[in-house]
Design a binder for this molecule. Sequence first.
Ligand SMILES: Nc1ncnc2c1ncn2[C@@H]1O[C@H](COP(=O)(O)OP(=O)(O)O)[C@@H](O)[C@H]1O
Ligand SMILES: [Mg+2]
Length: 300
Amino acid sequence: MLVFAASDKGGTGRSVTSANIAFRRALTGDDVCYLDFDFGSPTAAAVFDVPDARGGLHSYLRGQAQEPVRLDVWARTEHPTLRHRPAGSGSLALFPGDHSGGEFAVGKDSVLRCVDLFLRLHSEFDVVVVDLSAGRSYAVDLALEVTARPELRGVGARWLIYHRWTRQHVIAASGFAFGPRGILDGGAARGHDVEQLRGSIRFVRAAVPDPQTPPWSLAPPAQYAWMVSCDQDLRRLAADRGLGHTVTLGSVPLDPVLQWREQLITDEDVLSSQVAGLETLKAFEHLAEKLTDDDVWGTP
Ligand SMILES: Nc1ncnc2c1ncn2[C@@H]1O[C@H](COP(=O)(O)OP(=O)(O)O)[C@@H](O)[C@H]1O
Ligand SMILES: [Mg+2]
């Protein structure tokens, strides 16, 4: 299955959340790969703690390299607790972006190379996560173009659209999915069945302060009341803009570790050192599970 991670804005939590979803799926035994299609700002290698890993994927798409660079995260990560592949886990491969990232226009050759890459990875991996440049970018155009091709008919594709829990982000994410020149518009222009494409989109709320859980629930009364009321307003806005509960895959709490550092959250971070929140870990597990839940997406 192809999973496209998209967002209207940068800094939404798209890469960190998607990397943690990929990590969780691999831990449960799936073979997973992660493709850094953020041409302008490739950060996936840093999130996986893989040093000097950039290079190749963008050059490959542009026809400047025969093959993209491919790294085994379990073998290459410098994350202290991940150096050995955990028992029962699947493979976890990273295809990093180029060192000197920069947006580039996509020609017909890039489309063909991308089709070929997706088909090969689809046959090797259970889940192929593609982290796309923010906004109405060339990377998003490429993903829509490639998934509309007859060669990819029969390859399941799902879209996760990330946004933060603010007014601006909710409005932006809605416009990005459903508005002019958004995902649905762009898909229709490339021959997608719009209703099918709509059915393959779910939203992910990242870095959300939940007023019902500490520390926010322990705020002074006036501040707490303000947060609850603001949260309700945002829920109404989200529902009005087509980002309601039924199309939301999940919500990741604001976590101090991720606020300070872009990284994978391990069980040790939560259970041993207790630096990261249990709710954060559960949110990633939940998202990873929901990715292939027929109750969420309908039976294929
Ligand atoms: N749940 C979270 N809680 C707190 N900070 C987060 C959370 N998720 C992501 N972040 C932080 O937000 C910033 C942007 O995240 P990133 O994944 O790089 O966004 P994007 O890929 O959308 O540009 C990073 O510093 C990241 O660590
Ligand atoms: Mg990113």
